[in-house]
Design a binder for this molecule. Sequence first.
Ligand code: NAP
Ligand code: GDD
Length: 385
Amino acid sequence: MGKVALITGITGQDGAYLAEYLLKKGYTVHGIKRRSSLFNTERIDHIYQDPHAEKRNFILHYGDMTDSMNLTKIVHDVSPDEIYNLAAMSHVKVSFDTPEYTANADGLGTLRVLEAVRLLDLTTKTRIYQASTSELYGLAQEVPQTEKTPFYPRSPYGVAKLYAYWITVNYREAYGLHASNGILFNHESPIRGETFVTRKITRAMAKIALGMQEALFIGNLSARRDWGHAKDFIKAMYLILQQDKPDDYVIATGVTSEVREFITRTFKSAGMEIAFSGTGEKETGEIISIDDAVFKERVGKEYIPAINTRIKSNPVVVRVDKSYYRPTEVDQLIGDATKARKKLGWIPEYDLEGLINEMVNSDIHLMKKENHIRNGGFRTLNYFE
Ligand code: NAP
Ligand code: GDD
C-alpha cells in the first residue's frame, strides 16, 4: 500500500505541484480546499478525479485553516502518514490589510493541525511539514541566511509565520512529533499567483509585447530576492519528511537578484532590451532596442512592426507606483542551503534564466489566447494588483 498524504493549500502553487509529484510516487493524496464562490481548482484540474469513481487516489475535502473542528475531523478521517501544511494567506502586502485573519490562518492554523495530530493519538504515525518562509529573516541579521540566523520578521505575515515556526518546533520537542520546518525562499513558476512580483512582471511583459497593455506599474525595484522554481522546492518538502529525524532546513538557490534585474531579464528573454533611468518614484524603464530574431522566436514575427511603432512614440514600459510599497520592507534575502544539500541531497535543477524562460513562454502563450478573445470582440481585463 502506498502512503497517504494530506495537503492543506492544495489549490495553491505549491500544493498543485506537490500533489502531482506525490501521485507519481504512488501516494493517495487528500487535499483541503476552502469553499469559494467559483471552482478555484484551475491548478489541479489536470489531476482531478470524479468522486463517483470507485477507486480514487486524489480526494478533495472542504475545509479551512480557521476551523479546528473541521481540520480535526479531516485528519481523523484521512489518518495520513504525512501532512504538508501549505495553506496560508501568503501575500505579504495583503497581510498588512488583513493582519488578524493572517495571524489566525497562518499562525493558529498551524497549531490546529498540530493539535489535531496530537489529540487523535497520531503522533507516532503522522509526519508534519510546515511551510515556513524566508520572510522570517525580514530585516536580515546575517548574509546569507542559514538555519541559525536570528529571525526579524517585517510584516503581519512574517510574524504569523514566526508563531507557526516555533509552535512546530515546540510540538516536536514537547510531544515527539515528527514535525519539520522548511524555511523556503521565494519560489515561482508559470502557475505562481498573478499578484506576486515575478508573475506580475512576466504577465505584463507578455501583454506589452502583444500590444495589449501600455506599461508595468511596479513598487520597490531595488528589493532583492533569492528566486527558485517551485518544482524544485516541493521536492525538498518531500525529502524533509522522508528523514528519520525531524529537523528544520533552509531551501534556497543561493543567488539573489533585484526586482529591477528580474524585469530586465524578462524583457530580454523575449528580445526587448530595457534601460532604467531616474530615481525613486520617477524611475522608469524604457525599451532601447529589439532583437528581431529573439522577438520573432518568442513572441512572433507578426508583432514586430507594432512593437517598433509603439516604442518610437512611447518607449517607457515600466513605471513606479508607490501604492505597491510596503509599510516595512524586506530589502534583501539570500539563503544558504548547505544543510539541505548535505543531509537531504537536495540540489535545484533550475537557475533564474531557466525559470524566467519557462514563465515567459507560458505567459506569452496565455496572453495570445486572451488576445484572440479580445480580437473576437469580447472584453478582457488588464489587472493592476
Ligand atoms: P499560494 O499559491 O498563495 O497558495 C496558498 C494556498 O492556501 C491556497 O490553496 C489557498 O486557497 C490556501 N488557503 C489560504 N487561506 C486558507 C484558509 N484559511 N484555509 C484553507 N486554505 C487556505 O501559496 P504558495 O506559493 O503555494 O505557498 C504555499 C505555502 O508556502 C504558503 O504557506 C506560503 O506562505 C509558504 N511559502 C511560500 C513561498 C513562495 O515563495 N511561494 C516561500 C516560502 C513559504 P485558495 O486557492 O482558496 O486561495
Ligand atoms: N507583489 C509585488 N508587487 N511585489 C513588488 C512589486 C509589486 O508590484 N513591486 C516591487 N515588489 C517587491 C516587494 O516589495 C518585495 O520586496 C518583492 O518585490 C517580492 O514581492 P512578492 O513577489 O510579493 O513576494 P514576497 O517576497 O513578499 O513574498 C513571497 O515570498 C515569501 C518567501 O520569502 C510570498 O510567496 C510569501 O508567501 C513567501 O513566504
